[in-house]
Ligand binder design. Structure first.
Ligand code: 6GU
Length: 245
């Protein structure tokens, strides 16, 4: 997958450690050529002598608005650099909430073009012309779309074939659809549940034992227990995910 990021802070997308995407799974995936990303500075497409990308809002008010022209020119130039069609995504608190389902959709694309807005926002006319998928990572306000773009990138990259060490571990993540699991409870099939608790050595720590069933060696029972734990946790912590019962 190719990911292009349009931003006025391209340094944030460094692929070298200790940057966020320069470590762990995204770094490994990049080194294995599972994904490639390039951050382009929107400022490079500003036409005035001060390389201005923003201006004061019509109608008054605080903050600055990103201008149409530099954003449009940057998108056109970056898209022309590769023949693969890019799925355009604008990171904005006004967007569709990012869920694991949407992440799975985006992971199928050959190419993403992420636009990280800054300031008070982007001139609505260029958004209308580009008609990107508008995505938000939650109901709070970040100072720019860059961190949201990195969140989206991390979530997408770890789903790409060849990204994870344990190839199937994404299937049991929180929010992964309960599927292999369907045989233990029809009502849970397809539901996006939270993850179960995990344990490792030692078997006893500070007087606390690991649940006996995990040491039993009975894989069927372990799978059943894990599914029950997922369902129980989801019911207790995120009843909104369980739907009507
Ligand atoms: Cl995508 N951008 C900004 N600036 N703030 C956010 C967001 C995005 N998602 C949640 N808050």
């Amino acid at each position: 997958m190719l990911i292009d990021i349009l931003t006025t802070f391209p340094e944030m997308f460094s692929a070298e450690a200790p940057a966020a995407l320069g470590l762990s799974i995204p770094a490994r995936a990049r080194k294995a050529s599972v994904v490639e990303w390039h951050a382009t500075n929107i400022r490079d497409y500003a036409t005035d002598k001060h390389q201005k990308t923003d201006d004061r809002p019509f109608g008054g008010g605080p903050g600055m608005v990103m201008m149409c022209q530099p954003v449009w020119d940057a998108v056109m130039a970056v898209e022309a650099k590769d023949p693969r069609p890019a799925r355009r995504v604008l990171l904005t608190p006004q967007g569709r909430p990012l869920t694991q389902g949407l992440v799975e959709e985006l992971a199928k694309e050959p190419r993403l073009l992420l636009i990280a807005g800054h300031y008070e926002g982007i001139d609505e006319r260029v958004i209308e012309k580009l008609s990107p998928l508008e995505v938000s990572i939650g109901d709070y306000v970040l100072s720019g779309g860059e961190l949201a773009a990195m969140v989206l990138m991390d979530a997408v990259i770890r789903l790409l074939p060849g990204s994870l060490g344990a190839e199937d571990s994404a299937e049991t993540d929180s929010f992964s659809a309960a599927e292999a699991v369907g045989k233990f409870g029809k009502d849970l099939a397809g539901r996006r549940l939270l993850d179960c608790p995990h344990y490792t050595r030692p078997r006893e720590w500070m007087g606390m034992a690991v649940p006996e069933i995990l040491i039993s060696g009975d894989h069927e029972k372990v799978a059943k227990w894990r599914l029950e734990q997922r369902a129980e946790r989801t019911r207790a912590r995120r009843p909104d995910l369980m739907g009507p019962e």
